[in-house]
Design a protein around this ligand. Sequence first.
Ligand code: MG
Length: 157
Amino acid sequence: MRIGFGYDAHRLKEGRKCILCGVEVPCEFGPDGHSDADVPVHALMDAMLGALALGDIGIHFPDSDESFYMADSLKLLREVYALVTKRGYTLGNADITIILQSPRLSRYIEQMRIKLSDALETDLGNISVKATTEEKMGFTGDGTGIASTAAVLLITV
Ligand code: MG
């Protein structure tokens, strides 16, 4: 078994699409970034890479590389997961927390879990997505940004 942890944060910008775990959340602002800036998926990829000591997404998908401009992070996730399976591991489970003041994400959580379980070809029960605010404290609290954490367990097949 291998355990991994990932963290990511992005600035929120007006007019940007708000794509979280592959689901477009209706919102006047979204995470800014080079790719689609899907913050929880970035944290999840870093957790997977971390579990196998394979570096981080900045090494695998540098934002200086134009081919990753507005990249679909779910596609990048599948690429990272291919590295995992190539090494003889499969996902045991993943637990993601999205930290955002608004909008409320509860009604999108199931769709997010389905998107991730489809991308990783794993049971829905292996994917947990949670959302929290930081009670108006700090950069997520004042709406400057969004953050996410992810923990994964990889198991040998
Ligand atoms: Mg990121």
